[in-house]
Ligand binder design. Structure first.
Ligand code: 5RP
Length: 266
């Protein structure tokens, strides 16, 4: 692998543990001002130092993230629809590689919608972006987006993740599911898991993260389950402990509770 590509990936997946906690804050690109991300700057500020990488859009980055940060950026570069549009899968590439280089990011991220109406378009977006990004040693993170009525089982996610890797993605973001070890087995590049909608309890989150890690994921790219929590700093610290230190879900919950007291409202 080229030095630049390797160096960028090492900024995201920490060489010491081979794992990563990415903080997703890109939701506005189709959801608008999502709950607890209404003012991204306020949400991001207390959390950014605990994230191994931050995933915003270019607008989010320029307007809401301090340029002096040392946290690597994984830039969301696909979009073109909204939560009220009929077909969420109709995405294009919204940001060029040149702009990503100007913003000094560590990777570019985009969604593919396997099995949806615009499957072909999104897969060709990925192939094209990988071609362009490769020229500059820029890794592409493929996000396996799932349509509203689609089943997120291991068979389907294996299909999505493998296709993403074959198209040239260097990291794949997907969902955790039963039989996730099979998804990992079929995907030759590192996998990170999304959190999805806010889960009922903190323990539920730690259980998902822990299973994903045990099954072979290199980490998480999580948003709502961190910053929609009443104690986001405690939450990200506990998620880090599971990802980087193999804490059990119960140990992570104890840490969360201890931090919750220490950190007050953050
Ligand atoms: C949609 C996305 C999101 O915008 C986001 O990154 C997901 O994070 P979470 O589900 O953990 O809130 O990638 O496909």
């Amino acid at each position: 692998m080229d030095w630049g590509m390797q160096n960028r990936i090492s900024q995201i997946i920490k060489p010491k543990t081979g794992r990563t906690v990415m903080l997703a804050v890109d939701h506005g690109y189709f959801l608008g001002p999502t709950t607890r991300l209404e003012d991204p700057k306020k949400t991001i500020e207390p959390l950014i130092d605990y994230a191994d990488a931050l995933m915003p859009t270019r607008g989010g980055l320029r307007n809401c993230v301090d340029a002096k940060t040392s946290t690597p950026i994984v830039l969301r570069v696909s979009g073109g629809n909204s939560i009220i549009s009929e077909e969420l899968s109709r995405e294009g590439i919204t940001t060029s590689v040149e702009e990503a280089l100007r913003l000094n990011v560590a990777a570019m991220a985009m969604s593919i919608y396997v099995g949806s109406k615009y499957e072909h378009q999104t897969l060709m977006n990925l192939a094209d972006l990988c071609d362009k990004a490769q020229r500059y040693g820029m890794p592409v993170v493929a996000v396996t987006a799932v349509g509203k009525d689609m089943v997120r089982d291991a068979r389907y996610l294996s299909l999505c993740c493998r296709i993403a890797a074959e198209m040239g993605a260097m990291i794949v973001k997907t969902y955790h599911t039963d039989g996730f070890d099979k998804v990992v087995e079929g995907c030759p590049v590192p996998l990170v898991v999304a959190g999805g909608k806010k889960m009922e309890t903190e323990l539920d989150v730690f259980e998902v993260v822990s299973s994903a890690i045990q099954d072979g994921a290199v980490g998480v790219d999580m948003g709502r389950n961190i910053w929609q929590n009443d104690h986001p700093v405690a939450m990200i610290k506990a998620v880090r402990a599971v990802v980087h230190e193999d804490y059990t879900p119960k140990e992570a919950l104890d840490l969360y509770k201890a931090q919750e007291k220490e950190d007050g409202n953050n």
